[in-house]
Design a binder for this molecule. Sequence first.
Ligand code: ADP
Ligand code: MG
Length: 510
Amino acid sequence: MGRRGVVAVAAVGVAVAACVVAGVVVGKRVKSRRKWKRVMGVLRELEEGCETTVSRLRQVVDAMAVEMHAGLASEGGSKLKMLLTFVDNLPTGSEKGIYYALDLGGTNFRVLRVQLGGQRSSILSSDVERQPIPPELMTGTSEDLFDFIASALQQFVEKEGNGSEPPPIRRRELGFTFSFPVKQTSVSSGILIKWTKGFAIESMVGQEVTESLQRALDKRGLDMRVAALVNDTVGTLALGHYHDEDTVAAVIIGTGTNACYLERTDAIIKCQGLLTTSGGMVVNMEWGNFWSSHLPRTSYDIDLDAESPNPNDQGFEKMISGMYLGDIVRRVILRMSEESDIFGPASSRLSMAFILRTPLMAAMHEDDSPELTEVARILNDVLEIPDVPLKVRKLIVKICDVVTRRAARLAAAGIVGILKKIGRDGSGGISSGRSRSDIRMRRTVVAIEGGLYSSYTLFREYLHEALTDILGDDIAQHVILMVTEDGSGIGAALLAASHSSYSVDTVQPL
Ligand code: ADP
Ligand code: MG
């Protein structure tokens, strides 16, 4: 073979190699397009599964109102427990003096001292100390949990300056916010029905809550009386009403979610003969356990529920609240990573339940940097998924959006459900020939708090948008959501004041 031949062979060789490379590139592209298509399929399925059209939300509203009726009609008549609170009078402003509160029921535990001035909205001072609950105490013994609480309170009281001591014959009085389902036996006592939000101290279920706390206080020689045992929603309602008399309901959207509202006693059919001076009583709905076939449920919700310590329980809460949203997102990412390798080699972190906390998910959702650097950082640092292309980072933001939007819109539907039950949704009174805009709608305030609502702007915006979607502009403008910071704790102190054993005239009928 001459020289030419060699060159020619070599040239053919290069051409073949080039063809092979091109073939591999084309193959990769086709493969990656196919993978991307599969991932898009997962996203589309998620979006469809999470759909909250206005008509669907209205079905949820109706279901909520129906379940409220059922829960008030008979014990066990609904997944909504509709618990009596024995709070038949709310603070008015005439409360005066120094009162304390403990707020237990989620991620953080708070100790508070509030000085009340004797007029509406006159909180002269309030001191709050927060600390996270050590996780081992959430599943340990009730003695350890209450001893931890009592010790925090003791340190708080010991640190206080002059002027906080009660007059010699007066004991300090305390409102105890205990945000789990409790069967109240009076305004200051009740029995734990079940734990939620990751707490699980079995021996405590069925036990008297106030007694457990009082025992721990007495053991430490703290001379304090528990004057009110309240749910966090009830504390929030109390503070809302203290500031604004038109407050009729309260909603918490934090680690968990729940709501309470003012009900007429004659509508509480399961408790015939219930008499209150005001003719009304605050009802703790325990709406976290609400369920309806109209709720948009996905396979991720079903798996999350099945793997939770309380399956078939708290279904509404598991779609809405801060304890769970991050984990729903994690499950979607895990599924996508199983369907394709767009996240690179499988990260074992992705299989760890609750590793993606909701505040981190919110930070990814709200990342407004052009390169989505926060998304990249969290994927890398928390989920150990490095070097994710921008296109995939955008996909993550989209997943967060779908999950949060659904949660916020369902919470809005829940709120309208309450308004409907008490005739404040503008639907009552529509008579023939009158349009919705003709209805005179009473100003209606709903006190709201919780870390998810107050710290997650997009969640809040979606919730507001949905309220208007469901109610329409004309009605929605009369519904005011009032944020009450630390209301669950301050409100408990207010209720301790209005149920103080030293005063008889600080309450006003509802
Ligand atoms: P708790 O419900 O424990 O009494 P909070 O009302 O303060 O306490 O709510 C805390 C919860 O709110 C956290 O568990 C978290 O799920 C959620 N949260 C707090 N901050 C944010 C945030 N920036 N973005 C999203 N969710 C948040
Ligand atoms: Mg709370």
